[in-house]
Design a protein around this ligand. Structure first.
Ligand SMILES: Nc1ncnc2c1ncn2[C@@H]1O[C@H](COP(=O)(O)OP(=O)(O)O)[C@@H](O)[C@H]1O
Ligand SMILES: [Mg+2]
Length: 311
């Protein structure tokens, strides 16, 4: 039996102020953030819909039952460095606050970090993770059926799992993993557990149909637009004295330069471009200048989209 600490990464209990800050720091994806918090709150505690239905329609609508019958599964899909992990690890904070939950616990399971070990390992991992989370919410409801605590099971970097089983190159162990995941999702749905399952994948194009069909919502993440790049840069370069015009110009230079091309990701900007700029200025013992910003933007090479090959 794998111990709990081997099974999961950094377990977080919400509400959590650090998570709240991480959630707020994500820019340009407000529509995803808002919708995700509402969807997830309803999936974890469908009772809120009964209250809404009684208040606005004076009865329990059949339509509400249709909503409640969905699996509590959300998929975050899209290119690398677009904020999927950051959002998945921080969204528990606004969800816990909006539901007034004293504790909402995140259990993050990363499949890629564990490599591909023995045959049956993926299946065992998934089964053990779901069993652990199931037992963690065993006493989640009080005697009136109200939820006192809930959980989020995050399956990050689930590319092999999320990938379509129809793809012939898929290893049979991965296929067994997908089947185990589907069985676990269905059993959580049957038992109406207050657990949100979040699955992240860099492959938005080849999501397994059986998983896509079960998902209450598939959120698709894209690289920032010119306007969003400008927003990120102006926020992170605040105080440098660099003008809005130069920032707008740099944002354009950090976009796709040829067809077909790709621009910088959010993580390119925050973790590579700006840090390089700072280190360069530090190394030359000077301030960050507009000239340095534009020169760096012009020569910056953005991360290749996931799944594109070198040509
Ligand atoms: N929308 C965003 N706004 C601000 N920063 C972002 C955004 N998306 C990503 N980042 C930055 O990029 C880093 C990598 O994002 P991450 O969530 O790991 O990407 P993904 O999981 O989609 O590959 C984050 O730590 C964060 O600093
Ligand atoms: Mg990620």
């Amino acid at each position: 039996m794998t111990s709990n600490s081997d099974l999961f990464g950094n377990v977080i209990e919400y509400p959590d102020n650090a998570a709240s800050e991480r959630f707020s720091a994500l820019v340009g994806i407000d529509h995803i953030k808002e919708r995700l918090v509402i969807e997830a709150s309803v999936l974890i505690n469908p009772q809120v819909l009964e209250e809404w239905s009684a208040e606005h329609h004076g009865l329990s609508l059949d339509a509400v039952r249709a909503v409640k019958q969905r699996a509590a599964l959300i998929v975050l899909a899209g290119d690398v460095g677009t904020g999927k992990t950051e959002l998945a690890e921080s969204v528990g904070d606004p969800i816990a606050r909006s539901l007034g939950l004293p504790v909402l616990t995140l259990y993050p399971l990363s499949l890629s970090a564990r490599g591909r070990g023995l045959v049956g390992e993926m299946t065992t991992l998934i089964t053990q993770a779901f069993e652990h989370v199931r037992s963690s919410v065993q006493t989640a409801r009080d005697d009136k059926g109200r939820i006192r605590n809930a959980a989020i099971l995050l399956i990050d970097e689930a590319d092999a799992i999320a990938q379509s089983r129809e793809l012939s190159q898929m290893h049979h162990e991965d296929r067994a993993g997908v089947n185990a995941l589907i069985r676990a999702i269905d059993s959580f749905r049957r038992d109406q557990l207050p657990v949100l399952i979040v699955l992240c994948t860099n492959r938005s194009d080849a999501l397994d149909p059986a998983i896509a069909r079960r998902a209450a919502h598939v959120f698709t993440f894209a690289r920032p637009t010119a306007e969003q790049r400008e927003h990120v840069l102006s926020k992170i370069l605040a105080g440098t004295g660099i003008g809005a015009e130069a920032i707008a110009k740099a944002a354009l230079l950090l976009g796709p330069q040829d067809e077909p091309g790709w621009g910088a990701t959010y993580s390119d900007l925050r973790q590579r471009f700006v840090p390089d700029l700072v280190i360069d200025a530090y190394a030359s013992n000077s301030a960050i200048t507009e000239t340095a910003l534009l020169k760096a933007a012009e020569s910056f090479v953005a991360t290749r989209p996931f799944g594109t090959s070198d040509v």
